[in-house]
Design a protein around this ligand. Structure first.
Ligand code: HGY
Ligand code: MN
Ligand code: MN
Length: 402
């Protein structure tokens, strides 16, 4: 608990949250603090070419069992998103060391770079490169919303490590994370045995119209990007309402240029975050949105270009690991349910290279990506104890069936 508070004090913002956007000075300070804790535990610490930090307790033999998450946050982040998974991993190692319990395999804790993706898209960038899903060359050339380049920022904060990517494929991977939604609380369940992660589609849409005088330009003559951007935002909301089920759509960012009260904008740039647990439905939503955007460009006489910022299909976690999470959780509380994750996580990338799953603990009022994010301490402790037991069970498995 103290470590959560100490880390949360870095980049602290009003309302009790954190702002540690990836590769900023605040992110670097958070990394330095946690790396210090890794050294205190006597872990072997490596930093790879995309800045992923892996702390390994070199005991036992064979491939390590890995846990971890991220410590970068969104601009209005909370104390627990990502941070819990990293600090719980360290807590597990410290607890085993203090109890003189040596697992049969090494245990690694990962801090994955830029999980949030809000400064540099895509999200889960560090774990994606770690598993070989994106070349380091392409990753280092990504330019963020502020014009900064990933490679330059990694160098600037001193986390452009030497360890190559793809990194080693662990024996298994399990991530403890807050749910970030209302399901556990609404169903009065304490632990989620996460079955997978929904599909995600991020796009940037650039609308070019014609800046003109807000007072003199007849409505019939206008080529107004802010009107078009608003129509797209409304279309997304109505699509989600039509599709119902797991369909979610968000326009989180709209920038107008020149963004002045008496100027019809020359340009609007907005982001589309569209997700669904079902790949076919997600693709259908993308097609509908693209058709709508094309029809709008014609009817409003504006030019519209789109750029994909992230596109990950839904991921199903390893059944054996999910079973172990559920079994261990049930040994501590009867209040356990299986559920998919609405948010993206590094575990969905590690699932490409090793048996992986996740443990969820409840978010009070389902709030996250918000300084008010909160999880009851006894739930944090329960989740961490389950993580400890799951890591021990995973390290005792010789061979996974799949
Ligand atoms: O956007 C997400 O789902 C995650 O927070 N990166
Ligand atoms: Mn997270
Ligand atoms: Mn997040």
């Amino acid at each position: 608990m103290q470590k959560i508070m100490d880390l949360a004090s870095i980049g602290a913002i009003d309302g009790g949250g954190c702002a540690r956007l990836a590769l900023t000075d605040e992110d670097a300070a958070g990394r330095d603090l946690v790396v210090g804790w890794m050294h205190d535990l006597g872990l072997t610490v490596t930093t790879d070419v995309i800045g992923n930090v892996i702390g390994t307790w070199d005991v036992g033999d064979g491939l390590p069992v890995m846990t971890g998450s991220h410590i970068d946050t969104v601009r209005t982040g909370g104390k627990y998103d990502g941070n819990l998974g990293v600090l719980a991993g360290l807590e597990v190692i410290q607890t085993l060391q203090e109890a003189s319990v040596t697992p049969p395999r090494p245990i690694s804790v990962g801090i994955f770079t830029n999980e949030e993706g809000s400064r540099f898209a895509p999200d889960m960038l560090g774990s994606l490169v770690y598993v070989g899903g994106l070349s380091i060359e392409d990753a280092l050339d990504i330019v963020g919303i502020d014009g900064a380049r990933v490679g330059d920022e990694l160098e600037r904060i001193g986390y452009n490590g030497a360890t190559p990517c793809p990194g080693f494929a662990p024996h298994a991977f399990v991530e403890l994370h807050i749910e970030q939604g209302p399901v556990l609380e609404r169903t009065d369940v304490t632990i989620g045995a996460v079955t997978g992660v929904q599909g995600i589609s991020w796009q940037e849409v650039t609308i070019t119209g014609q800046s003109n005088h807000a007072g003199t330009t007849p409505m019939s003559m206008r080529k107004d990007p802010s009107y078009v951007a608003s129509k797209i935002a409304v279309f997304l909301r109505e699509l989600a309402d039509r599709y119902k089920g797991d369909q979610v759509c968000t326009v989180g960012k709209i920038d107008l240029f020149p963004n002045l009260i008496n100027v019809i904008p020359a340009k609007a740039v907005l982001t589309l975050d569209v997700r669904n647990t079902d790949e076919e439905t997600l693709s259908k939503a993308e097609r509908e949105i693209s058709d709508f955007i094309l029809s709008l460009s014609r009817s409003e006489g504006v030019e519209i270009s789109t750029r994909s910022l992230a596109r990950f299909e839904p991921v199903i976690f390893n059944p054996e690991v999910i079973d172990i999470v559920e079994k261990v959780a049930m040994s501590k509380t009867p209040s356990v349910c299986r559920m998919p994750s609405g948010a993206g996580h590094d575990a969905q990338m590690l699932a490409r290279v090793c048996p992986s799953a996740m443990i969820f603990v409840p978010s009070v009022e389902g709030i996250s990506h918000n300084p008010a994010e909160f999880t009851d301490p006894e739930d944090l402790v329960m989740g961490t104890n389950i993580l400890l037991q799951v890591l021990i069970e995973l390290s005792n498995i010789e061979e996974f069936a799949s």
